[in-house]
Design a binder for this molecule. Structure first.
Ligand code: FES
Length: 165
């Protein structure tokens, strides 16, 4: 298979000849060493974004990430649920933040126990975990729930930046 890759790269009209050879070597090294992860997402129903920014990590983000992934596997949902670690989602006061798309539900204060509950309730049975919702999509946009901190208006923040400049 990797022989084909070399031939392909050598004959690729979009790459200069010398660069094609160099890229070919990197390609072979990658195939022989660390594997590239390219998930087949055809059966994916939901994408879960797990905040791994510093505030969320201080509140157990790693444990939450592992708990969600383990629970998904235990419930045999790996084919349908994709998870990604993210950097800060701008809702640090709500750490640990977990977001589910395409439903556009933002969760706050997720710990190991609520992580398992979230998988069972929302990801497996499409029942939103109401008590942990920060934002939920409505007909007119996103709606803040559970008296959560409203946050800083983006327009005000932009104006402040311009004042400094
Ligand atoms: S670190 Fe998670 S929202 Fe900021």
């Amino acid at each position: 298979m990797w022989h084909k890759a070399i031939v392909h790269l050598h004959t690729n009209p979009y790459l200069p000849e010398d660069r094609g050879f160099f890229v070919g070597i990197i390609f072979i090294l990658k195939m022989g060493g660390a594997r590239m992860t390219t998930w087949n997402l055809q059966d994916m129903q939901k994408h879960v974004l797990i905040c791994n920014g510093s505030s969320c990590m201080r509140k157990g983000g790693e444990e939450v990430t592992q708990a969600i992934r383990k629970e998904i596997t235990t419930r045999e949902l790996d084919r349908y649920i994709h998870t990604s670690r993210t950097r800060c989602n701008g809702r640090c006061k709500d750490a640990c933040v977990v977001i589910v798309y395409p439903d556009a539900v933002w969760y706050e204060g997720i710990d190991v126990d609520s992580a398992k509950e979230l998988v069972h309730s929302h990801l497996e049975n499409n029942q939103i975990l109401k008590s942990k919702v920060i934002y939920e999509r409505t007909q007119t946009g996103m709606s803040l729930k559970n008296n959560r901190v409203k946050g800083i208006e983006k327009e005000k923040q932009e104006a402040k930046k311009e004042e400094v400049l």
